[in-house]
Design a binder for this molecule. Structure first.
Ligand code: ADP
Ligand code: MG
Length: 400
C-alpha cells in the first residue's frame, strides 16, 4: 500500500512548530499506576522523531470510557510513565481544550511535551463535535495520528481535527496499516488464519472475508461453540454467543463452496466452571455434556493446528484457543502461540488477549508483527475503511 506516501510524519515540516499527536495511551491501570506500558512504548518512535526534529509536542489520547470526569481515568499516571520512558518531563494539561490547555500549549518550547487530559472527559469527543475539533486544532500547527488502536472511531481527536490542520500518519499507524493490508491483500501462500477468543460477532466479518482467500481457517476458543451449535452438537454450559450461531451457519455454507478448509477442534478440555480450581477433564470429541463447559482445545487439536501453522506462508492469528488466563486451560493457546512463534512463514497477531498471551509466554519478540489494535485491526482486515486513516488522506480516500 502506498496511501501514506504523501501523508507520513516522515515528510512533515515540524521544526519549531507545535504538533498535536493523537496517540493510543488507553492502557490498563492498576492501583493508579500503568500496569502495561506496551502502547506507550509503541508510540515512542513517532514522539522521538518529532523531538529530534525540533517540534513542540502536544499529545492527546482517551483512557477507558469515562461517563464524566472520573478521576480514576485521569491520564496522570500515563504522563508519569511516558516521562520515565522518554527521560523528560511530560506536563499534563487539565483538559483537552480550554484556557489552561491553550496557555500550556502556546508556551511549549521545542522538544518539550504536553499531554492533554483524557479526551473522553469532553463529551464532544465521541460525537466528533466540529466545534470541539476546531478548538482542539488551535493548540497546534500540524496534526499527526499515531493512534492505530482508535483509528476505527470517527472522533474529534481521531478524525474531526484532521480537517483543520495539515494531517500526517505517525510511524506506528503507518506500519500497522502496511502490515495488516499486506496480509489482507497480498499474503504469501498458503495463508492460515487462526481465530479464537470470545467475541464471535466482532470477528465474523473477518471470517467471512477470509473464507474466500485463506487456504485454512483454524477455529478455537469459545468461537468454536457457535459452529458446534450450528452443526447440532451438544455444547453443555460452554460459552455460546447466540447471535453467532446463524452467522456460523453462513460461514459453514460459504466454506463448502470455497476452496478454504475450515477446521474445528476434534477434542476439548472441559471444566465445571470458569475457574482455575474447577474440576477438569479431557474430552476426546466435541459433544460437551450437561454440567461442563469447553474451556480449551484438546492436545490432538493443538498439535494438528501447530502442523498447519508450521507449513504456512503467512499466519494471521486473532483470539486465544481457550481460557488461557486459567493455567489448567492454557495449554491449547500456548501450543498455538509456540507454533506461530516458530513458524517460518510471515506471522501477524492481533487482539488484546492474544497479544497478552504471547507476552505471558515470552513469545512476542518472535512474531513478525504484533498489532496494537484489536477492533481497528479486525476492521482493517475485513476491508472496512477506518475513519482515522481516511481523515489523513482527505479527498483521496485511499484505503490503506
Ligand atoms: P482478543 O482480545 O485476542 O481478540 P477475545 O477478546 O475475543 O480475544 O477473547 C479473549 C477471551 O476469550 C479470553 O478472556 C479467554 O478467557 C476467552 N475464552 C477463550 N476461549 C474460551 C472458552 N472456551 N470459554 C470461555 N472463554 C474463553
Ligand atoms: Mg479481548
Amino acid at each position: 500500500m502506498s496511501g501514506f506516501k504523501k501523508a507520513s510524519v516522515r515528510d512533515a515540516e515540524v521544526a519549531g512548530r507545535r504538533v498535536l499527536v493523537r496517540v493510543d495511551f488507553n492502557v490498563p491501570l492498576d492501583d493508579g499506576e500503568v500496569a502495561d506500558d506496551t502502547r506507550i512504548r509503541a508510540a515512542l518512535p513517532t514522539i522521538e522523531l518529532l523531538r529530534e526534529r525540533g517540534a513542540a509536542i502536544v499529545l492527546t489520547s482517551h483512557l477507558g470510557r469515562p461517563k464524566d470526569r472520573e478521576p480514576e481515568l485521569s491520564l496522570r499516571p500515563v504522563a508519569a510513565r511516558l516521562g520515565e520512558l522518554i527521560g523528560a518531563d511530560v506536563e499534563l494539561a487539565p483538559g483537552l481544550v480550554g484556557d489552561d490547555a491553550e496557555a500550556l500549549a502556546s508556551g511549549l518550547d521545542r522538544g518539550r511535551l504536553l499531554l492533554l487530559e483524557n479526551s473522553r472527559y469532553e463529551p464532544g469527543e465521541t460525537d466528533n463535535d466540529p466545534a470541539l475539533a476546531e478548538r482542539l486544532s488551535a493548540l497546534a500547527d500540524v496534526y499527526v495520528n499515531d493512534a492505530f488502536g482508535a483509528a476505527h472511531r470517527a472522533h474529534a481527536t481521531t478524525a474531526g481535527v484532521a480537517q483543520h490542520l495539515p494531517a500526517y500518519a505517525g510511524l506506528l499507524l503507518e506500519r500497522e496499516a502496511v502490515e495488516l493490508a499486506a496480509v489482507r491483500d497480498d499474503p504469501a501462500p498458503p495463508l492460515v488464519v487462526v481465530l479464537g477468543g470470545a467475541k464471535v460477532s466482532d470477528k465474523v466479518g473477518v471470517l467471512e472475508r477470509f473464507i474466500d482467500v485463506a487456504d485454512e481457517i483454524l477455529v478455537g476458543g469459545a468461537m468454536c461453540f457457535v459452529f458446534f451449535r450450528a452443526q447440532g452438537h451438544e455444547t453443555g454450559d460452554s460459552l455460546v454467543e447466540e447471535e453467532g450461531v446463524e452467522l456460523a451457519r453462513r460461514v459453514l455454507d460459504a466454506a463448502e463452496r470455497s476452496g478454504c478448509e475450515l477446521r474445528l477442534p476434534a477434542d476439548l478440555v472441559l471444566g465445571r466452571e470458569f475457574d482455575a480450581d474447577t474440576e477438569r477433564r479431557d474430552l476426546d470429541g466435541v459433544d460437551v455434556p450437561e454440567g461442563w463447559m469447553g474451556l480449551d482445545v484438546g492436545p490432538r487439536t493443538a498439535s494438528a493446528y501447530a502442523d498447519v501453522i508450521g507449513a504456512a506462508g503467512t499466519v494471521l492469528w486473532n483470539g486465544p484457543m481457550g481460557a488461557f488466563e486459567l493455567e489448567p486451560f492454557a495449554a491449547g493457546t500456548r501450543a498455538v502461540a509456540e507454533a506461530v512463534a516458530a513458524a517460518p512463514g510471515r506471522t501477524v497477531v492481533g487482539g488484546g488477549d492474544s497479544v497478552a498471551a504471547l507476552e505471558e509466554f515470552g513469545l512476542a519478540e518472535r512474531i513478525d508483527w504484533v498489532s496494537t489494535g484489536g477492533g481497528a485491526s479486525l476492521e482493517l482486515l475485513e476491508g472496512k475503511a477506518l475513519p482515522g486513516i481516511e481523515a489523513l488522506l482527505g479527498a483521496e480516500a485511499v484505503r490503506a
